[in-house]
Write a protein that binds this ligand. Structure first.
Ligand code: NAD
Ligand code: GLY
Length: 361
């Protein structure tokens, strides 16, 4: 097992990464009260709920709420079912919520924990590659609004993150690729050597080699922990983690939440950000081709949906959380291994990127 630390003063917390961790009760020392509410969904609960429950201290009151599965349920209505369960079971301010699931469950559980009785503890037990490398770390929580992705939420850090890499064995193929989008993102924004490593090992990662997956998860979490420790509330460098997300969130909202997976939309979005970076002369056409190759190798889409016009992007991107004083800011690539957040781009070049390629074309 490997352990990383997210250094945030008195709100610091560990990330445990290893095999068969679900059964080991690693979260127990981070549960301060005697009540626990496990939040999961209909797909994950039958697979892993019993193992997790058995590993918890049996003297505690352990309850569970099982939500329907899907990004389309990441909304205020379904958030309310978590509050209903907490109140029905008389959970008080010393309760701990445990998120057992992917990013949807993690974001919703974290937000419920941020709001319930003005804030209670929570622990992340991420079960998708995407949630293990990204969403379980850093304390961004929330739900979607029909007009925009993750528009309602809060920063609320977990008390611990327990990453059991064995659970990835049951992850559907498409979800594995979606997680690889966020892994590739770290190489592109922060670590060119990691990008090289990913290029060399993409076949093994696609084949779920446990050792390679553990290495990729470890390096991704290390980068995320470093960025979050430096800029918890996204006043600066944390925005780099949104490479491809402004385009990607627009794709998700336009296509209807759940139709394009978040990671798939981010994959196409990264390609669009790289395309604009190339048009601005910051990366070469060879480097742009390299970005496309690695995304394709990870089995990710590299073009936006056919039915999405440039105007759809412009409308949806105008509600992005990085918009400042009405001005759209984008995360782009200054070079491979370094990002930049900027509003300083020619809008004609952006229009060229938005009309450049479409899925299926
Ligand atoms: P997800 O939570 O929808 O999970 C994907 C699918 O895999 C679901 O059907 C789920 O039931 C299933 N699943 C999960 N674990 C499984 C397992 N071990 N075996 C079999 N099936 C399993 O999607 P995701 O990609 O994990 O997360 C996407 C969400 O995360 C989006 O809502 C996105 O906005 C959010 N996100 C948040 C942050 C953050 O910093 N908070 C960062 C990135 C993404
Ligand atoms: N996934 C983006 C962030 O955590 O900031």
């Amino acid at each position: 097992m490997q352990t990383l630390n997210v250094a945030l003063g008195e709100r610091s917390y560990p990330i445990f990464i290893g095999r068969d961790l679900l059964a080991q009760g690693l979260m127990n020392p981070y549960i301060r009260g005697r009540q626990v509410m496990i939040v999961s969904n209909e797909t994950i609960a039958p697979l892993y709920m019993d193992t997790l429950r058995t590993a918890l201290d049996q003297a505690w009151k352990i309850d569970e709420v099982v939500l329907p599965d899907g990004e389309q349920f990441k909304n205020l209505d379904h958030l309310n079912s978590i509050f209903d369960a907490l109140l029905e079971e008389r959970h008080n301010r010393t309760t701990t919520l445990i998120a057992l699931g992917g990013g949807v469950i993690g974001d919703m559980t974290g937000f419920a924990a941020a709001a319930y009785q003005r804030g209670v503890d929570f622990v992340q037990v991420p079960t998708t590659l995407l949630s293990q490398v990204d969403s379980s770390v850093g304390g961004k929580t929330g739900v979607n609004h029909p007009q925009g992705k993750n528009m309602i939420g809060a920063f609320h850090q977990p008390r611990a993150v327990v990453i059991d890499t064995d659970v990835l064995a049951t992850l559907p193929e498409r979800e594995l690729a979606a997680g690889l989008a966020e892994v590739i993102k770290y190489g592109l924004i922060y670590d060119a050597a990691f990008l090289d490593w990913l290029e060399q090992h993409m076949d093994g990662l696609n084949g779920r080699d446990p050792e390679l997956l553990a290495q990729a998860i470890h390096r991704s979490c290390e980068i995320k922990a470093q960025v979050v420790a430096e800029d918890e509330k996204e006043a600066g460098i944390r925005a780099w983690l949104n490479l491809g997300h402004t385009f990607g969130h627009a794709i998700e909202a336009h296509q209807g939440y759940g139709n394009w997976l978040h990671g798939e939309a981010v994959g196409a979005g990264i390609m669009m950000a790289a395309d604009l970076s190339c048009r601005l002369g910051w990366i070469s056409t060879d480097e742009l081709a390299r970005v496309e190759r690695i995304l394709r190798a990870a089995k990710l889409p590299v073009t936006a949906p056919m039915d999405m016009a440039a105007d759809d992007f412009i409308n949806l991107m105008s509600v992005d959380k990085k918009v400042l004083d009405g001005q759209l800011r984008l995360v782009l690539l200054r070079k491979l291994g370094e990002a930049v957040v900027t509003a300083d781009f020619d809008s004609q070049l952006l229009m060229q990127t938005l009309t450049h390629g479409r899925s299926g074309s």
